[in-house]
Design a protein around this ligand. Structure first.
Ligand code: SAH
Ligand code: SF4
Length: 403
């Protein structure tokens, strides 16, 4: 079931006090402006409200002190600020954090934060499950549950920023406490990648609303190139994204010819490589100085041979691109194996010798920003998940599990 669109929610909220509260985290700038306008309030109120919500991470209307009392009362009557409940929160020694978030009906999604010297990357999910069913992906093996709403997508960023900032300040996370979030170079989350669970371009409208909030100067103010959508190749939606919100684009390629890609990424049967490459070229017309990042998971004996490298080089010559080679993160049902490190190095060398910028991603735990999807394997034990969810679904409750 698709969540109700935020604009419809906003329109419904104003006149009828008995209607369910509107989750403000689900409203992008335009939807929030329309809610405020419906109430007959000044447009700048929407911007003020956005800054409280997203820049300062405040979830208590009482603390929004520069808003008129009558406006705050209306907000309290008709609206709420709600993020998905935290089932578990892990923090590794290297600073990597993972949250497992409850999105209802026994479903959970994962959010990952990866700190590096010069940036902090948040990897977020856009769907519970995925319909694309790639052979090497545990999310794909899980099947599709539902699209996440804008509130659930942006809620991951909201929660991660607030938690990290609160920790950094040495403060305990107290619900309702105003936490001044960082800005400019100081900010802890400098990049967002949609590489968690799900196919963002098959949840198009909610993904784009969330992207707009990420770029909005009154919300997260991230630059276009620091926000990446990763797609398995939903060609028509790549064209729409180019027009609507041309952020950085990563394309999960994984195979250099149609026969192999049909098998690994079943969506290829609908949008074969020639169409995918043409869509990449069109995308770059809207972002001329950009490049496409091709993701390529290295599967032992499947897609890691010399011939595959040669075919990839032919593809790479057709579009301005970089390559990320990802070590496969195995899971039992896949029947696939990770390519040996020596093979990955040789493969990378072939591409680099042809002048292609190539990064070999380290294995999970060291460097996971290019392949957060692989982490999903850890949360698929649905029996255990249901047990955990039973006691831990309250908003804001955090179970800290340190590794
Ligand atoms: N659906 C989108 C985004 C989520 S998947 C997409 O497919 O691009 C994010 C990345 O994780 C993709 O590049 C995907 O191929 C990769 N991935 C999925 N399962 C993996 C696994 N088991 N090992 C390594 N990478 C994996
Ligand atoms: Fe879906 Fe991406 Fe996993 Fe493929 S790799 S099943 S598109 S989440």
């Amino acid at each position: 079931m698709n969540p109700i669109s935020p604009i419809a929610q906003a329109d419904k909220a104003a006149p009828r006090p008995e209607s369910p509260p509107v989750n403000l985290l689900g409203l992008d700038g335009a939807a929030l402006a329309s809610l405020v306008e419906n109430w007959g309030d000044k447009p700048f109120r929407a911007k003020q409200l956005q800054r409280w919500l997203h820049q300062r991470g405040v979830d208590d209307f009482e603390q929004m002190t520069d808003l008129a009392k009558s406006f705050r009362e209306k907000l309290a009557r008709h609206c709420e600020i709600r993020v998905p409940g935290v089932v578990t929160a892990h923090k590794s020694a290297d600073g990597t954090r993972k949250w497992l978030l409850d999105v209802g009906n026994g479903n959970a999604v994962e959010t990952v934060f990866i700190p590096e010297d010069d940036r902090g990357t948040l990897c977020i999910s856009t769907q519970a499950g995925c319909t694309v069913a790639c052979r090497f992906c545990s999310t794909g093996h899980q099947g599709f549950n539902r699209n996440l709403g804008v509130d659930e997508i942006i809620g991951q960023l909201w929660l991660a920023r607030r938690t990290i900032e609160a920790d950094r300040e040495g403060a305990r996370l107290v619900r309702g406490a105003p936490v001044q979030l960082g800005a400019g170079d100081d900010r802890v989350i400098s990049n967002v990648v949609m590489m968690g669970m799900g196919e963002p371009l098959l949840n198009y409208d909610n993904t784009v609303s969330a992207l707009r909030l990420m770029l909005d100067d009154n919300a997260y103010g991230l630059s276009r190139r620091r926000v990446t959508v990763s797609t398995s190749g939903v060609v028509p939606m790549m064209d729409r994204l180019a027009r609507d919100c041309p952020v950085a684009l990563a394309v999960s390629l994984h195979a250099p010819n149609d026969a192999l890609r049909d098998d690994l990424v079943p969506l290829n049967r609908k949008y074969p490589l020639s169409e995918l490459i043409a869509a990449c070229q069109r995308y770059l017309e809207f972002a001329p100085r950009d490049f496409i990042t091709f993701e390529y998971v290295m599967l032992d004996g499947i897609n890691d041979g010399d011939e595959h490298a040669r075919q990839l080089i032919d593809i790479a010559r057709q579009v301005s691109c970089k390559f990320n080679l990802i070590p496969f993160n195995p899971f039992p049902q896949s029947g696939l194996k990770r390519s040996p490190a020596a093979r990955v190095r040789l493969f990378a060398q072939r591409l680099m010798d042809a002048g292609i910028v190539t990064t070999v991603r380290k294995t999970r735990g060291d460097d996971i920003d290019a392949a957060c999807g692989q982490l999903a394997g850890e949360v698929k034990d649905r029996t255990r998940l249901k047990e955990r969810l039973a006691g831990e679904t309250r908003f804001g409750r955090i179970v800290e599990v340190r590794e």
